[in-house]
Design a protein around this ligand. Structure first.
Ligand SMILES: Cc1cc2nc3c(=O)[nH]c(=O)nc-3n(C[C@H](O)[C@H](O)[C@H](O)COP(=O)(O)OP(=O)(O)OC[C@H]3O[C@@H](n4cnc5c(N)ncnc54)[C@H](O)[C@@H]3O)c2cc1C
Length: 445
């Protein structure tokens, strides 16, 4: 039984066939078999895990639902996966404070659903919201289509509980909107991809749930016409709660190989827009949107009902899956540039001869660029494409990842391209918070 004869207050998985499932996440990466998977259900287990990791020199790799796309939960040598599935706690809502507290093991859909059941709204909406864990969404600072209006997970976190390298659980932040007692350590843990500690739960703030929603389909003949539209709307004071798009190549693949609803999607390229402001379903609001969209609004279509809206979003969520099925060796990235630089991004990519197709979050410049023919390139060619892509984003004021994070998948590029001062600052923080390097070493930095 190796190094795990007994961990108090925990169940331990050691059977190789059961460990197999933990070797990978939703990235293309696959690690060695972990030494064990530990499911703690009390603080004694956490203390013992930290003590053993420190004295016996193994890594603690936090894992939520394993939907991460950056390889953050993939084990490396001598890794123990920590799965919080059995950690106690319930979702609790304070209507008076407009806050929600939940354990990391909750699913994000449960958190969003619990808020909605009380007429409240927790905005973070990664496209994996119906599969991913709340803890994973905190650790990766997840954000989805709604980020163009509501920002990412980080904007909503008030306080969180985390196991740190001293073996104890600490609460960072407080459950109030106002807290100015020094720099916000809770925010440091959000998006830290498990390298500073293990998040056990968090308190997030909520909004009143939007009462109206306008969903529009905007087909266009020339897809370049879409590129400036989010900036046009925002400049005029209209903030969409989503502005997604598919370029002609991706749209055509969806029509051919996607679900039933995709076959009926119009246009040579297509945008899916939503607004959730009070009054957004009025005639006057629609007229204003159409005025701002200008000639592009000619073919504008309204989603007729909730069923059609859901079907459209299902197509959006399945886009990556459909492309992956057709092009199993494709390489996809989730780069981001400022909304105002999207056109320049595409011009730059064309000038560099980058063979990419794109869909994603046009509203906030977070683009899912896909190299469908990656399987036909040499590794060196693909690496050169990726470096050129990342450099272009950095030149335009963007960065390597808008939402999936750095993890293992983008670590080399991050270390190569990010400001060395900032890499060193992150490493200094890592040394200060985790001096023995037990939390997810080899990821991010
Ligand atoms: C189809 C699909 C669509 C997606 N769309 C989006 C999107 O729109 N936006 C987006 O942001 N992401 C998206 N993702 C990526 C992924 O779903 C999110 O990053 C998600 O929040 C990860 O949650 P998880 O529970 O699966 O985490 P995991 O994959 O289990 O872990 C992710 C990382 O967080 C760490 N971690 C997990 N739990 C904890 C914890 N309790 N404490 C400390 N560290 C922890 C892990 O070590 C790892 O580094 C998508 C993924 C898929 C498969």
């Amino acid at each position: 039984m190796g190094i795990f004869p007994h961990i108090p207050q925990a169940s331990v998985i050691l059977a190789p066939e059961a460990l197999e499932a933990y070797r990978q996440d939703e990235s293309h990466l696959r690690g060695p078999l972990p030494l064990a998977v530990v499911k703690p259900h009390g603080p004694e287990a956490l203390r013992e895990l930290v003590r053993r990791a420190t004295t016996e020199g193994f890594a603690l790799v936090p894992r939520g639902a394993g939907t991460g796309k950056a390889g953050g939960a993939v084990p490396l040598d001598r890794s123990v996966i920590v799965d919080l599935a059995d950690w106690p706690g319930q979702i609790q809502i304070s209507k008076a404070d407009a806050t929600l507290s939940a354990p990391a093991r909750s699913l994000l859909k449960e958190v969003k659903g619990a808020a909605l059941a009380q007429g409240l709204f927790y905005p973070p909406d990664p496209n994996s919201w119906d599969q991913c864990g709340f803890g994973g969404s905190l650790a990766t600072n997840a954000g989805g289509p709604g980020a163009c209006k509501y920002g990412m997970t980080r904007n909503w976190v008030l306080a969180l509980d985390a196991l740190m390298a001293d073996g104890e659980i600490h609460t960072f932040g407080i459950a109030t909107v106002k807290n100015n007692a020094g720099p916000a350590l809770a925010q440091l843990l959000v998006g830290s991809e498990g390298i500073f500690g293990l998040i056990l739960g968090a308190t997030v703030r909520l909004l009143p749930a939007p009462q109206e929603r306008l969903t529009l389909l905007l087909p266009v003949k020339d897809w370049h016409a879409l590129l400036d539209l989010p900036a046009v709307l925002v400049s005029a004071g209209l903030l969409p709660s989503a502005f997604e798009f598919w370029d002609p190549a991706v749209l055509e693949l969806l029509r051919q190989f996607g679900p039933e609803e995709a076959r009926r999607m119009p246009g040579e390229a297509l945008a899916l827009l939503e607004f959730d402001d009070p009054g957004c379903t009025s005639e006057a609001f629609l007229e204003r949107v159409m005025e701002l969209l200008g000639p592009q609004a000619e073919e504008l279509q309204l989603a007729t009902d909730a069923r059609q809206r859901e079907a459209l979003w299902a197509v959006r969520r399945q886009t990556s899956v459909v492309l992956k099925e057709r092009f199993p060796k494709k390489v996809s990235e989730d780069i981001v540039v400022p909304r105002s630089q999207v056109r320049q991004f595409f011009e730059g990519a064309e000038a560099l001869g980058l063979p990419l197709v794109t869909y994603g979050h046009l509203g906030d410049g977070n683009l899912h660029v896909n190299f469908l023919q990656a399987g036909e390139c040499t590794v060196e060619e693909m690496d050169a494409h990726l470096l050129a892509l990342f450099r272009l984003c950095l030149q335009l004021g963007g960065t390597l990842s808008g939402e999936h994070g750095i993890g293992l998948a983008k670590r080399d590029a991050f270390l190569q391209l990010a400001d060395p001062y900032q890499i060193e600052a992150l490493r200094a923080l890592k040394r200060a918070l985790d001096p023995m390097g037990i939390f997810n070493p080899g990821k991010v930095i």
